[in-house]
Write a protein that binds this ligand. Structure first.
Ligand SMILES: *Cc1c(COP(=O)(O)O)cnc(C)c1O
Length: 438
């Protein structure tokens, strides 16, 4: 905060397509999709129109004991595009909340549907996981910088190493390792499954950890293990959902259906806060019963099922169909891979990870030893400031640079983004190599 106060703050006033425009009228490419939410660009006419049209009817009415047409239609559309078997939709208003809902649903499901299974109320997750900033989500997360100081408030969980191939915790190499990191996971499941309500995972990409990409088949194996040991699989697709990985949902790359799925960020194309937790008919049925049994899922938010949010989410899904967003994304993903190739040669680029339109560039002080830059170097931040001066907005995670442009980004804009990124890395790493800046 102290440093931010001294820096020139950037105040965004407008947006158009892949650009953000500040109060001085300066244009910047939105290299983070406004932190992973925007899909079809800013001020998309169809999305703008959806909100204006809905506003002429009503902005919001409660979802507690009532329903509304956009929320009903959206639930129908979501079921249509989901992995097969996800049949029920529970709305909330942000990604963290969608995760909280999934965790609570899992625990209550086991109590009501399978009381004979005994108390199943702990969760299994990967290290470096990020599932949001509320306390339940933080409990199943593991990013020391964000979560460390709140440990005393968190519920206990079981953890295992993630498939972080660049810094393999087992010191092995893919594919000769044959995904040996799955063995400890099976060991823990075998021993502790009786107390486990669920296994929560960011499918294919652990985004906030710095786009840690799982090898093909990893998710399938996790699904198999969860089924075998009778543990619910919770897929957190808040970051990976809505086309980011190249398919509508990351689970669809491996034909996996989770028992619960959390979605938010891209759900409204980056327009309004809205989220949903999806589940199967089997879990839904666990919440049915007579009044006096109180099997209700007592969880509701003031803005659940908000009409403006649901309307723009419907328009968002419509744009996917109308503009063939996913089909048009495929060549752009290939172009992205090609554009990033030369960056691998840079002396301080340790690793580049890409899955679809999600990219991380891990900067290191020493490429041979993979030694990270010291914290004081603020290398991620330096590169970001260089990029900003060149007209590209980024937000790094420590020394890992993230590029996650809107799916609608043109080839020309994509090329500019990567060119600016390269120049910014070169300038910032060279400046540090030649001594501290004045
Ligand atoms: C961003 C994110 C969340 C939290 O979503 P919010 O809307 O910021 O609360 C949860 N899970 C994943 C994987 C995310 O990337």
């Amino acid at each position: 905060m102290q440093e931010w106060e001294q820096e020139e703050p950037l105040i965004i006033e407008r947006g158009k397509g892949s650009y953000l425009i500040d109060t001085e009228g300066k244009k910047y490419l939105d290299g983070t999709s406004s932190i992973w939410v925007n899909l079809h660009g800013h001020r998309h006419p169809a999305l703008d129109r959806a909100i204006k049209t809905q506003l002429d009817k009503i902005a919001h009415s409660t979802f507690l004991g009532l329903s509304n047409p956009p929320a009903i239609q959206l639930a129908r559309e979501l079921i249509r595009i989901m992995p097969k078997g996800l049949k029920r939709v529970f709305y909330s208003d942000n990604g963290s909340t969608a995760v909280e809902v999934a965790l609570k649903m899992a625990v209550q499901y086991w109590q009501q549907r399978r009381p004979e299974a005994g108390p199943k109320n702990t969760f299994f997750h990967l290290k470096l996981a990020y599932h949001g900033d509320t306390l339940g989500a933080v409990s199943v997360g593991n990013i020391e910088l964000f979560h460390g100081r709140f440990k005393s408030l968190l519920f206990p969980t079981l953890e295992a190493d993630p498939p972080y191939c660049y810094r393999c915790p087992l010191n092995q190499t893919y594919p000769s390792c044959q995904m040996a990191c799955l063995d400890p996971i099976e060991q823990i499941l075998k021993k502790r499954h009786r107390e486990l309500a669920g296994f929560i995972i960011e499918p294919l990409v652990q985004a906030a950890a710095g786009m840690i990409t799982a090898p093909p088949g990893y998710l399938t194996r996790i699904r198999e293990l969860c089924t075998k040991y009778n543990v619910l699989l919770i897929a957190d697709e808040v970051a990976t959902g809505f086309g980011r990985t190249g398919k509508m949902f990351a689970c669809q790359h491996e034909g996996v259906t989770p028992d619960l799925m959390a979605i938010s960020k891209g759900l409204t194309g980056g327009y309004m806060p809205l989220a949903a937790t999806l589940t199967t008919e089997e879990i839904y049925k666990g919440f049915l019963g007579k009044y006096e049994e109180f099997k209700t899922f007592f969880h509701g938010h003031s803005y659940t099922g908000n009409q403006l949010g649901c309307s723009v989410a419907l328009a968002n899904l419509n744009v996917f169909k109308k503009e063939k967003t996913l089909a048009r994304l495929q060549p752009k993903i290939k172009t992205m891979t090609r554009l990033l190739q030369p960056l691998r040669q840079l002396p301080h680029v340790g690793d580049i990870r890409q899955r679809g339109f999600m990219v991380a560039i891990e900067l290191v002080g020493d490429k041979k030893t993979k030694k990270p830059y010291p914290l004081e170097a603020r290398m991620g931040h330096r590169v970001t400031m260089e990029a900003r001066n060149r007209g590209l907005l980024l937000r790094p995670i420590g020394n890992i640079l993230i590029l996650m442009p809107p799916l609608s980004t043109s080839l020309h804009e994509l090329t500019s983004m990567v060119e600016i990124l390269q120049a910014s890395i070169e300038t910032a790493t060279l400046a540090l190599a030649s001594g501290p800046r004045p």
